[in-house]
Structure formats: C-alpha cells, structure tokens
Design a protein around this ligand. Structure first.
Ligand code: NAD
Length: 343
C-alpha cells in the first residue's frame, strides 16, 4: 500500500455477473463518504477474457503489485475444463495467505441473533494447491480421480499466528483451531500441532481450544455463540465460512479480505450470481462491508465506523433492504439511501 498526498491508490476490479453493479454502488457510497481511494480500474475474469483473451491480464497484476490494495467484484469461474480459478491464482500470485471473513448479525430477528464470529482461513495450501489427476485402469483413462493436498509447517505457523495476533488487536478473547486430525492425521495433524505450539505464546492473553471440523459444523448451528475467532485450513475454511454467512442472513452480507505481506484484496464472499446479473437487484452490502474492512486496513477506522453507522441506520432503522434480505429495494435505492445518510 502506498499513500500519495491524501489519496491512496487502489486497484478496482468490477468483475463478472452482478460485479459491475455492486462495485459501482460501493464506489458511489465510498465517494460520498470521502474515502481516500484513487481507483485504477482493471479487468479480470470473463470480462477480461472477452476483451483481451486473458482472464488475468498482466496489466491487472501489475496494478495490484503497484497499489498493494484491491477491491474486487466476484469473478465467474467455469466449472471443469482446465480453467484455474482466477481467485485462487490471485491469492497465490500475491501470497495472500490469510482469508479473513467476519460475520456479525446486522438484522436482528433472524434464526440467530448476536452472532459475532471471525473465520480465518489458510488461503494458499491444503487441497487448493490443485494437484489433481486421473489414473487410467483398463480402457478407462479416467477410472480413478486423485487429489493431493499439502500443509507446510511454515504456512501453518504464519496463519495461526495471524489469527492470534488478529484476536489481540481486535479485542477478541478466544481462538478455536478447527481440524480433522483424527482422520487426516498428517495433513491436518500438523495444523493442530502448530496450533498448540503458537497458543503457548499467547497464554494468559488469548484462550485457545480445538474442534474437529464436523463437530464444529454442528455446534455452529446448535450454539454458535461459543465461537469467537476460528482458524482453519483452506477447504474447511471455505465450507465453514459459507455456513457462518448463513447464520447472519446469507451471502449478501458476508465480506472477505485476502491478506498478504505486500498486498491485500477485499471482496464479497458471494459469487457473480449470474441469475441476478443485469437486473439491478443485487445486494451490494457484502462488498460494502468488504470496503469497510479495507478502510480499517489502511488506518481509516474513523471512516469505517461512519460507514457502519450509515449501514445500520439504513438497513436496520429505515428498513431499506434488498430482496435477499426480505425487502423490496433494488441496488440503486439502497445505494441512494446510504449516500443520503453520509452526505
Ligand atoms: P453465487 O454466490 O454467485 O450465488 C449463490 C446464490 O446467492 C444465488 O442464488 C445468488 O442469486 C445469490 N446471491 C449471491 N450474491 C448475491 C447478492 N449480492 N445479492 C443477492 N443475492 C445474491 O454462487 P454460485 O452461483 O455458486 O457461483 C456463480 C459464479 O461465481 C461461479 O462461476 C463461481 O465460480 C463464482 N464465484 C466467485 C467467487 C469470487 O469471485 N470470490 C466466489 C464464489 C463463487
């Protein structure tokens, strides 16, 4: 991240599907808020594919390398067919080792009230290393499907230490290490082992406990309030973060931050929602909440707090909500209501 005068250069990726609609809503709101970002708009995903034949053009990579900061709309990844996810590529290219997904109840009266859980997911290793292949048997060239994953001690240390540091910095009390070391004794055993080692450094400051991933999934539904910060491996983190998003009203409210040492990319947890694209009814809140974390990341907690207050006023007090949250507002109506609060 670099600061030029009062502005902070940041890369803006509109993305695919509903991406351009929600990105434009968010940049509108941020402009009214007086956010310091000076956007360098670049393409990725299907939009980039259509314009340059490359889903992740060098120009986009160069821009993120220069700014060290990006706000990204969702990208469509075709299923199968040797097309590597751009999201995964970006995480690997910039070594964005931590995926941080906070989930907080915004609208009370849902199935669960007062949820406040932060899931921190290891972002580079596990089964996402995409080492997959088929093994032929007889006449069937694809008779057996094989995937291997890996977790390195170095990366386990980095992500678990990040989770404990996050807990300290953000006034949280507990970190839960989620694993499957009873079955994947080596692959996730190393994660648990490192978890115990790091927890000792924080003894007396941050409580640590551990859960097997399946038990964790059940408890998240039966008694989610026992969780504070969760740290886990890549695939478990992917699944559990969607489950946790469901506790607070679904994907339309779930922001995510991909943090590395030299760069950070902020995004909504949801995808490009092709079913809603072009209809102007998508919920921009998840991406807006991601921009709020981005403001905190660049040291503008003052603006992040003003944004939180405006979202609370509009969504909670005034009841302006998109359809996924049971309301009737379209993207523009919600955007204008937020801008009015911040003007
Ligand atoms: P999705 O998150 O796009 O949609 C799932 C459901 O949630 C749909 O019913 C959709 O209408 C709804 N939804 C999602 N975002 C919403 C919003 N902002 N407002 C209201 N409703 C919303 O998941 P999917 O359909 O499985 O994936 C579609 C594409 O997105 C795929 O190509 C997938 O690979 C990609 N994807 C990208 C990212 C990313 O870029 N970070 C994340 C997940 C999926």
């Amino acid at each position: 991240m670099s600061q030029i005068g009062n502005t902070i250069p940041a890369t803006l990726i509109p993305g695919d599907g509903i991406g351009p609609e929600i990105v434009s809503a968010v940049t509108d709101v941020l402009a009214t808020l007086g956010a310091p970002f000076e956007w360098d708009t670049q393409l990725a995903g299907m939009a980039a594919m259509a314009s340059s034949g490359d889903p992740l053009p060098l120009k986009t990579i160069d821009s993120i390398r220069r700014t060290g900061l990006a706000l990204k709309g969702p990208l469509t990844t075709p299923v199968g067919g040797g097309f590597k996810s751009i999201n995964v590529t970006l995480r690997q290219e910039f070594e964005l080792f931590a995926n941080v997904r906070p989930a907080r109840t915004l609208i009370p009266g849902g199935r669960f009230d007062d949820i406040d859980i932060v899931l921190i997911r290891e972002n580079l290793e596990g089964f996402y290393a995409a080492m997959e292949h088929y093994m032929p048997i007889g006449h069937d060239p694809r008779a057996v499907a094989i995937a291997s994953g890996f977790n390195s001690r170095t990366e386990c240390r980095r992500i678990i230490r990040y989770a404990f540091d996050y807990a300290v910095k953000n006034g949280r009390r507990k970190v839960t290490i989620v694993h499957k070391a009873n079955i994947l004794k080596v692959l996730t055993g190393i994660f648990l082992e490192v978890g115990h080692e790091i927890a000792k450094e924080y003894e007396g400051r941050i409580e640590m406990n551990e859960r097997i991933v399946d038990a964790c999934a059940m408890q998240l539904v039966l008694d989610p309030w026992q969780y504070d910060v969760i740290v886990t491996t890549n695939l478990f983190g992917d699944i559990l973060s969607d489950l946790i998003a469901g506790l607070v009203g679904g994907l339309g409210m779930a922001p995510g931050a991909n943090i590395g040492t030299d760069a950070a990319i902020f995004e909504a947890v949801h995808g490009s929602a092709p079913d809603l694209a072009g209809k102007g009814i998508a919920n921009p809140l998840a991406l807006l909440l991601a921009s709020e974390i981005m403001l905190q990341h660049v040291g503008r907690k003052d603006l992040a707090d003003r944004l939180t207050a405006a979202i609370n006023d509009v969504v909670l007090t005034d009841g302006v909500r998109t359809r996924d949250l049971g309301g009737i507002a379209d993207t523009r109506t919600l955007t204008e209501a937020l801008k009015q609060k911040l003007a």
